[in-house]
Design a protein around this ligand. Structure first.
Ligand code: FAD
Ligand code: MLT
Ligand code: ZN
Length: 469
């Protein structure tokens, strides 16, 4: 980076917004798992939309590429620069204002650097719910949630981030500011441009603010941990619970015994709710805006039928807030726990819900035949058809040998995904890790249209190059 550009950027963001010191840059240069590491010419931390626009304009003039970054919790390397040292990391974490709350319109307008948990708390302060919920909510940002179209554990009822956004403010690759901060539920005046930026992983522009939907606060809640004989039982149980509870079924998470064992081994303060081990579990959450809603009765009815049919083997219902948190800790701890078991390969796939049991059976069988001993950590948002079909190395295996098998393991999993008409990325995005795989598994016409959109918005290719496309 030239001295002139550096000086101009310093003037644009001030001393507080510029990091060039190698040590201070470190945390921006590797991801949460430590799976990706890059280099950067600088890290910029603008504090306003105007500062972001000034930075983007200066970088566009100088031909320098930008890598947007929020909480850096992404799981596919999207927020990490390449190793050339020529790119600039643009961190949005200083843009953390709640700009407006419009209770009458059931909306909240926030800047991109607001942490998801703070957004949830701001909604709660006005007696409302912001429903996006995921394990990284204490550090991921609204900008990252939008850029990856994040999902999480409440998609079943409320949809993913795309469904929760009404308007966006975006700094375009040429530095112009698009003010699309409209809080409208209906607007049929042509292409819905916000949806281009949601899920674009920073490749089309920098999201600086958003208008998001609010929902009634939860006033009744019931959480249960249920042991099951098989994934097929989970599909049957979710169908029955949905029929019985409708929209009151707000969470339905599937976990294999292997996933739970990792959590029991590595996460402090958790314990197995059952004395016996079981092959599969689901965490069921029912909730309602009405106080004293008959959720326990509904759960009892649903589980009673499930026991009779052999669909459920055992169940515990949380009797206190602490028990609710303990059950969720067993689920939310899986990502962290798996990090302690050596290198792991993440495959964040989706297939039609009804095909999940066949997908698991066929893929497990093929992998165990081809790579004996690999530990399959399958869990996820089964009601969305979204499985985190992660693979950890066999006990005692050499890291390098396992990593050399990564490509072949991925192919088995993605071939099965394709066989069941699924997607190779249900929620984490393509980033660096699935960019090349997408070239193989997505339809050529879809790839062509995506490349044309990129060309139209970012012809110089300076927005997060090397990611997604
Ligand atoms: P980052 O990691 O900083 O960035 C992610 C991508 O968005 C990058 O490509 C980056 O360039 C781009 N980006 C970031 N900010 C902007 C911006 N303002 N404008 C344009 N582009 C931008 N994800 C799920 O969907 N569901 C889950 O259940 C889930 N669980 C998780 C659990 C754990 C423990 C962890 C560590 C991660 C989990 N994730 C999950 C993945 C991740 O947390 C989410 O994708 C999150 O939305 C990323 O937000 P972030 O602010 O950390 O983004
Ligand atoms: C989760 O749902 O816990 C994450 O999206 C999955 C992961 O870390 O692979
Ligand atoms: Zn997930």
């Amino acid at each position: 980076m030239s001295d002139n550009l550096l000086q101009a950027l310093r003037e644009a963001v001030g001393e507080a917004g510029l990091i060039t010191d190698a040590e201070r840059m470190q945390s921006y240069l590797s991801d949460w798992r430590g799976a990706y590491r890059g280099q950067a010419a600088a890290v910029l931390r603008p504090a306003s939309t105007e500062e972001v626009a000034a930075v983007v304009r200066l970088c566009a003039q100088a031909g320098v590429a930008l890598v947007p970054q929020g909480g850096n919790t992404g799981l596919c390397g999207g927020s990490i620069p390449d190793d050339s040292g020529a790119q600039i990391v643009l961190s949005l974490t200083r843009m953390k204002r709640i700009r407006a709350v419009d209770v009458g319109n059931e909306t909240i307008t926030v800047e991109a650097g607001v942490i998801l948990q703070q957004l949830q708390e701001a909604a709660a302060e006005v007696g409302r719910l912001f429903p996006l919920s995921l394990g990284a909510e204490g550090s991921c940002t609204v900008g990252g949630n939008l850029a990856t179209n994040a999902g999480g554990t409440a998609v079943l009822r409320y949809g993913n981030m795309r469904d929760l956004a009404l308007g966006l403010e975006v700094v375009l690759p040429d530095g112009r500011i698009w003010d699309g901060l409209r809080g409208l539920r209906k607007d049929n005046t042509g292409y819905d441009l916000k949806h281009l930026f949601i899920g674009s992983e920073g490749t089309l522009g920098i999201i600086t603010a958003a208008v998001l939907k609010l929902f009634p606060a939860v006033r009744s809640l019931t959480t249960a941990w249920v042991a099951l004989p098989s994934p097929q039982a989970a599909v049957e149980l979710i169908g029955q619970m949905r029929g019985l509870c409708g929209d009151r079924l707000t969470g339905f998470e599937l976990m294999s015994r292997q996933s739970v064992e990792f959590v029991l081994r590595h996460v402090a303060g958790v314990s197995d709710p059952f004395a016996d081990t079981h092959p599969w579990y689901v965490l069921i959450e029912l909730s309602d805006a009405q106080p004293n809603a008959p959720l326990n009765e509904l759960l009892e009815e649903g589980l009673g039928a499930a026991f009779e049919q052999g669909v459920a083997l055992d169940a515990v219902v949380a009797a206190s807030d602490a028990q609710v948190r303990a059950l969720w800790a067993l689920r939310e701890g899986i990502s962290e726990a798996q990090n302690h078991e050596g290198p792991s390969l993440k495959h964040d796939i989706s297939v039609p819900v009804s095909r999940i049991p066949d997908f698991i059976a066929r893929t497990d069988q093929t992998l165990q035949q081809m790579f004996p001993g690999v530990r399959i950590v399958a869990y996820g948002h089964v009601g969305d058809g979204n499985l985190h079909y992660n693979v950890s190395k066999p006990v005692g295996a050499d890291d390098a040998v396992f990593k050399a098998q990564a490509e072949a393991i991925m192919r088995v999993i993605y071939d099965q995904t394709l066989h069941y008409a699924g997607s190779i990325s249900a929620e984490h995005g393509l980033g660096q890790s699935k960019r090349l795989a997408a070239q193989h598994y997505k339809a050529p016409l879809e790839l062509e249209l995506m490349a044309r959109v990129k060309q139209a918005l970012d012809p110089a290719g300076l927005m997060n190059p090397g990611k997604l496309l």
